[in-house]
Design a protein around this ligand. Sequence first.
Ligand code: ARG
Length: 464
Amino acid sequence: MSKKPWKGRFQEETTDLMERFSESVSFDQRLYRHDIDGSIAHARMLGERGIIPEENSREIVEGLKSILAQIDGGTLKWDQALEDVHMNIESSLVDLVGDAGLKLHTARSRNDQVALDFRMFIREESGRLGDLLGALLESLLRTAEGHFGTVMPGYTHMQRAQPVLLSHHLMAFFEMFRRDHGRFAQVVDNLDVSPLGAGALAGTTFPIDREKTALDLGFSRISRNSMDAVSDRDFAAEFLFAAALCQVHLSRLAEEIVLWSTQEFSFVILPDSYCTGSSMMPQKKNPDPAELVRGKAGRAIGNLTSLLVILKGLPLTYNRDLQEDKEPVFDSADTLSASIEIMTGLISKTRFDRKRLQQATVDGFTTATDLADYLVTRDVPFRRAHEIVGEMVRDCLERECALTDLTLDEMRRYCEQIDQDVYDALSVQSSVKRRDVAGGTAPGRVKKAMEEARVFLDQNTGAD
Ligand code: ARG
């Protein structure tokens, strides 16, 4: 005889094809701990409120605990015919404790149950991702601290633009991941609402205590509208957005690493332990982890898009389409955590070629703006100064020399106001030093930024 709860209404068994098509237990079994926690809180409350006998409530709780142990130990058999994690656990409970188990679903629907489980899952994953981000932030900060003083060309349009400190460049990524860290905390704040008690859609006729179950399950608020509670997946969309944006940030960092490790750039040497070779070309060492992280951004963006599209045409309230909300979330959580971990390891093991970075900065006319700024201090209007320096650069390119190779006399032919101290203005070190503005690349400013980042890490993450 069928174990399905709706057997009373049905005269025919579900076909195998339908069973396979509609089941979700193959993936939503991942929610089992949250499902059991939710059920335990619900059962206790039912007992305390006298909705079911205390004795039954105790039997249910004990039964659920032993099912939890079975699942943890890998001995519970999941049954596709029972569709999802919720019905599998409930059915095992009935097998285990008999009639008391039949009372668990009083004053509850799978609709508020799944909304609850999913919130708890995303809450936990967001916390975990926050911790992993803490480790990534730590590894970026350590690398920035370790290379304090190293200069490199900063780029715009992929053209060498102005000298910056390597630490400043790395700290730019620190800022992105710090915001991602905050975004996951925000996801947790926003989802901190218990939907339990919404029932199927309209609430319940039983005198339940919504505040109590919310409190037991670590929620500080309860949903205000039962219809919204069972159909809302904003929290999942916000999680997927936070994950997609974080993956995009990782992808940008990955792209830099791919570029920097090319022979053309040769700014970094990647650790062998994170690379692979070519099956054909013996000289190759490929930056695979960075390429994969970059590639996986496509999945993270796809997962966000997928959920938004699922939601966009759904009438209130619960629709089975919503079962499709889980896999994108599971996938983004897994993809992102693996990507953060790999980038954390990669950053901490990558070697930067200080000389090569310095040379690239000197070679690229990166202090041309400093020369224009110098002329401005000699009363040349900026637009005019810009034009003069542009001509100097063009001539140097023709002569295949650097600006600093021009003699003072040669320089004065472009502009009389130039003096001997121009050579200092053209030096990479002084260029960096003079960007002494809040948020700028001057060593003092970067040092302050790193100190502030250290305090942030100490206060906001578990990383050490
Ligand atoms: N497996 C379902 C889901 O993930 C659980 C809720 C089912 N509710 C229902 N009314 N069929 O959405």
